[in-house]
Design a protein around this ligand. Structure first.
Ligand code: HEC
Length: 136
């Protein structure tokens, strides 16, 4: 009985430890707009988008998420060019926020406001944001 108990304790402890580890990882991967202060350089590195994609690699993401309908890299279309957006010097995270919740008042010269695109996967949004910022 004693051994059974200690085995049980060990199993319990392992499960607790494992779930703690899992929790921690989850916390790192998740992304919160509220926690402004949580963005230091090292944490940004751990965000879903680590590498800057090339134009060719980012193209399918822009197509899949309908950005192509309104944006081009060098020329304005319905929305500003990505190069012009890059000049605003937004942080990647801020660009992601603006994809989810556009602020048309930032671009008064554009008559049609950007559509909010909350369905864009966070990973895609970060990859696109990093790519936009690489155009500076
Ligand atoms: C229906 C057309 C349309 C679509 C689709 C669209 N945009 Fe836009 N976007 C605009 C317009 C217009 C603006 C400028 C006015 C505004 O922000 O509303 C803009 C502005 C932006 C800005 C600058 C925001 C700011 O406040 O400075 C970013 C970044 C951006 N778009 C990225 C994207 C990305 C990435 C996608 C695809 C996931 C996308 N847009 C899809 C029309 C669009």
């Amino acid at each position: 009985m004693k051994t059974f108990k200690s085995v049980l304790t060990t199993v319990f402890a392992t499960v607790v430890l494992m779930s703690c580890g899992g929790e921690k990882k989850k916390e790192k991967e998740s992304f919160s707009y509220e926690k402004e202060s949580a963005t230091n350089k090292s944490e940004v590195k751990e965000a879903p988008a680590v590498e800057v994609l090339t134009d060719k690699e980012v193209a399918p993401l822009l197509a899949k998420n309908t950005c192509v309908a309104c944006h081009k890299k060098d020329e304005k279309l319905i929305g500003p060019s990505y190069k012009d957006i890059a000049k605003r010097n937004y942080e990647d995270k801020r660009i992601v926020e603006l994809i989810y919740k556009p602020e048309p008042e930032n671009w008064p010269e554009y008559k049609v406001p950007m559509l909010a695109l909350p369905q864009v996967p966070k990973g895609d949004a970060f990859q696109i944001a990093r790519w936009i910022n690489s155009l500076k």
